[in-house]
Design a binder for this molecule. Sequence first.
Ligand code: HEC
Length: 145
Amino acid sequence: MYRATVLLILLPLLTGAALAHSGVTNPKVMPRMHLMTDIKDTVAGLGAFAKGTQRFDADEAARLVDALAAQAAGVAAAFEDAAQDPKSEARPEIWSDWTGFTAEASKLEAAAQTMQTESRAEVQFGMRAVAKACYSCHEDYRLEN
Ligand code: HEC
């Protein structure tokens, strides 16, 4: 049952948005979208281990959580500039409530840092906090969650 839950949580996060940034004209908006896409790709790798669609590899899982922690640590810098674009899904609350926004990024970083990666079960468990952090931030700071 738990496996199905992970799948349900992750599916909407990992699909659909792939082309959301096409048509963006503001070059300052592009990097933050690319960072989010990188985050999505990293989490997709961990998700494949959690779901069992990829044979579990503890070294690769450890590498992925390190990458995720580094990506999460880069969120604040990527969003610092309140750049706008018609295609952007960033809510203005990011900049009017910067402390709240960066706290959400820190939650993702902490979820990545505390995730244990010795076994598939540990990755499954750790993915809960990661997925929660994605949703929690998107709910408040991203349009059309
Ligand atoms: C600190 C807040 C925050 C966290 C944490 C966060 N996101 Fe985002 N994410 C955003 C915002 C804001 C946008 C919209 C950016 C824009 O359109 O300018 C976004 C956009 C995206 C996009 C669309 C990118 C595009 O090309 O338009 C994807 C995919 C995404 N996030 C995946 C994730 C995943 C997966 C996680 C968790 C591992 C996550 N995000 C965690 C704030 C966050």
